[in-house]
Design a binder for this molecule. Structure first.
Ligand SMILES: [Zn+2]
Length: 353
């Protein structure tokens, strides 16, 4: 018998709206994620205190755990501390670092994770990957997808706009990542998953073409949904392929070559995507990306985030080494440093016209 359908690993609940946080306790109970109310909540020491004060009365059975930082050691320690209680679930309440730590800790102790995002800095809030700093720099660790995702737009609006803007760059970069995947399919016969590609690309296109900005809820709704769908597209594909191509190799190279000066994930991915689209000859798409990134106050030239043109050339030259085995426009063109310099000059000139 042919396979007529497939199951997609995805959250049981996705609740994205203004005021969503007010219903967190009810949602956990109604969905039987936690009928006893015994929850381990991971939260940041600083900005988390206010949220804790607000939510604690509604979650009387919760134990609160301050997360030290965003390292693998922090995540292991968090899991060890939570292991001693008998909880129904782990709730990660905070930005990307907190959720990544909570994801890893929950996976280690075999509990489901509820992700409550307080900013939209990248597409990791609903992905099967935890990104954590380790001795070698930064690693990606496979974990189960969150069982529920809650994003309260009232909280997002309060987040520093730089973090929200970062998510725009990450979402838009999907378009370049999917183009890299298609290239690898054409040139290398790499398997492409049409559903995962469609989800990631549509998320990127919706953010790219939305006329609003970080100040309005309609835009934040589309951005939050786009980032959640992108995370699920990675579960469908079984790896980060739908959301990570040359754009992310360039981002990783910035992080590795200039760890102290690196900008945010989405800032670097957006810039990387615009340049990668130019490299693949998609000049119209590249120009639209540049226009939109600029409108949102995101960088389109290395100088916008404090890097020289030569430093950017060295970043692009190093980028393929950050993700061995991933075939993108960078591996396809296999440019020398001089050729990268020329291509960059052409990009810079094209977008200044
Ligand atoms: Zn990303």
């Amino acid at each position: 018998m042919p396979v007529l359908t497939r199951l997609i690993p995805s959250p049981v609940v996705v609740d994205i709206r203004a005021g969503a946080l007010d219903n967190l306790a009810g949602l956990l109970h109604d969905q039987r994620i936690s009928s006893s109310g015994k929850l381990a909540v991971a939260i940041s020491g600083g900005s988390g205190a206010q949220l804790r004060e607000r939510l604690a009365p509604a979650l009387p059975g919760a134990s609160w755990y301050e997360v030290g930082g965003g390292t693998l050691d922090d995540a292991v320690r968090l899991g060890d501390r939570m292991k001693k209680g008998r909880y129904d679930a782990v709730v990660g309440l905070g930005g990307g670092k907190i959720i990544d730590c909570a994801k890893y800790a929950a996976a280690r102790i075999g509990l489901p994770l509820v992700a409550v995002a307080t900013n939209l800095s990248h597409d990791g809030l609903c992905s099967p990957v935890a990104t954590l700093d380790n001795d070698a720099g930064r690693g990606s660790y496979g974990v189960p997808n969150p069982i529920a995702v809650v994003i309260d737009l009232d909280i997002i609006r309060e987040a520093p706009s730089r973090y929200v803007r970062s998510g725009i760059g990450d979402a838009i970069s999907n378009i370049s990542a999917v183009a890299d995947w298609e290239l690898a399919h054409r040139e290398r016969g790499e398997d492409i998953d049409g559903l995962a590609a469609a989800m990631a690309r549509q998320a990127g296109e919706a953010v790219l073409r939305h006329p609003g900005g970080v100040g309005d809820d309609a835009f934040l709704q589309v951005l939050a949904e786009g980032l959640v769908l992108t995370g699920i597209s990675m579960s469908v594909a079984g790896d980060s392929r739908p959301a990570s191509g040359a754009c992310h190799e360039i981002n990783h190279a910035f992080d590795l070559l200039f760890p102290r000066r690196a900008a945010s994930h989405g800032e670097q991915c957006g810039l990387g995507a615009a340049f990668a689209m130019h490299l693949r000859g998609a000049h119209q798409e590249s120009a639209l990306m540049v226009e939109v990134l600029r409108r949102h106050g995101l960088p389109v030239l290395p100088g916008d985030i404090g890097f020289t043109d030569d430093e950017f050339v060295s970043v692009v030259a190093y980028a393929p080494q950050t993700r061995p085995g991933r075939y993108t426009i960078l591996e396809h063109l296999d440019l020398s440093t001089d050729q990268i310099r020329d291509a960059y000059a052409d990009y810079a000139q094209t977008i200044s016209r």
